[in-house]
Design a protein around this ligand. Structure first.
Ligand code: UDP
Length: 329
């Protein structure tokens, strides 16, 4: 299938491009390179540096590349910034997505795969998080993603759009060959920051809160390998053949790991000592978030290849060692 990967030069998008090729599809990438890296996409992949909110550019690509399905990974994803700059988040995550959907419908493309987030659940009333729990985001980032989810439901009903929306837990790790991986600026995610503290690129890692009601007092999260995420997306394609299909899946391993466990795992994988500073809680961090992904496993036949967080960290470490400056751009 000819697949337009919007945000295909970003972290999850670029891994998905690789998995699409492996599964026999033909990815075409659209990325404005604000957060994406040109080097994350192989030179053999058709690449368009354009904005997803530009309907003329998107329409032309959809027609010229005979696109049948659009995967959308491009979004701003800094929770704290979404609180101080909500306009930016509504503009980029919601309004631009609406423009993208319009361009699709105007050009007869009606299959869509959307990156959503467990942040749409806010502080869940129960764990693990199943798809049927109420969604109540606690920041504009999560709200913009939920707004898109609701828009998709209405578009499926009214216009026959078929979509799958995936709520990711904590995407982590890198391609197994170490050739592409995580490179955010600024980096806020725990695993790359702990690796930087291990190698001395950062002075230390600050643990945000040690007094949570969890076994070791630090937050629990569900770290899921980026290639496992990518494979779930592709497994949904055949379900989108009929018009008006709307699917929602939570994607995580279902295994919670604490911040301290991640630090220990990085020490075990790298053989390096991580300097740690215990710090205050980060505002807006729920104590525990982990997924029940049995729906994706049952309906999509999704198999989680990386079930142990150490295996995930080992892939991140391989990428980091080979590319200490990331993509170097
Ligand atoms: N965290 C931390 N120190 C850091 C960055 C993150 O203690 O420098 C904690 C954070 O409070 C959360 C977990 O690590 O409990 C994962 O954070 P991350 O930002 O990677 O992902 P999030 O769960 O916020 O999406």
């Amino acid at each position: 299938m000819n697949v337009l990967v919007v945000g295909g030069a970003g972290y999850i998008g670029s891994h998905c491009v690789r998995q699409l090729v492996a599964a026999g599809h033909r990815p075409v990438v659209l990325d404005n390179l604000v957060f994406g890296h040109r080097g994350a996409v192989g030179p053999e992949i058709p690449f368009y540096e354009a904005d997803l909110g530009d309907p003329e550019a998107v329409g032309r690509i959809l027609r010229e590349e005979s696109i049948e399905l659009v995967m959308h990974f491009a979004a701003f994803a800094y929770v704290g910034e979404s609180v101080t700059k909500p306009r930016k988040y509504y503009e980029n995550n919601f309004v631009a997505t609406l423009r993208l959907l319009e361009a699709m419908l105007d050009n007869g493309v009606n299959k869509f795969v959307f990156s959503s987030t467990c942040a749409t659940f806010g502080e869940p009333e129960r764990l693990p998080i199943v798809e049927s729990l109420p969604q109540a985001p606690i920041n504009p980032y999560g709200q913009t993603k939920l707004d898109v989810e609701n828009c998709l439901k209405a578009f499926a009903q009214a216009y026959g759009l078929s979509f799958a929306a995936f709520r990711y837990f904590n995407a982590a790790g890198a391609a197994e060959d170490g050739s592409i991986g995580e490179d955010h600026d600024p980096e806020t995610h725990l695993i790359p920051l702990v690796i930087d503290a291990a190698t001395g690129r950062r002075e230390n890692i600050k643990i945000f809160g040690t007094d949570y009601d969890t076994p070791d007092g630090t937050c629990l999260r569900d770290y899921v390998h980026v290639d496992d995420l990518a494979r779930a997306h592709i497994a949904a394609f055949e379900k989108l053949e009929a018009p008006g299909v709307g699917l929602f899946y939570n994607l995580g391993t279902g295994r919670p790991n604490s911040v301290r466990e991640i630090i220990e795992a990085v020490e075990a994988v790298t053989g390096l000592k991580v300097p740690v500073v215990e710090d205050a809680r980060r505002p807006g961090d729920p104590p525990a978030l982990y997924a029940d992904s049995s729906k994706a496993q049952a309906e999509l036949g999704w198999e989680i290849k990386f079930t142990e967080v150490r295996e995930i960290i080992a892939t991140a470490w391989r990428w980091h060692k080979a590319n200490p400056d990331g993509f170097g751009d």
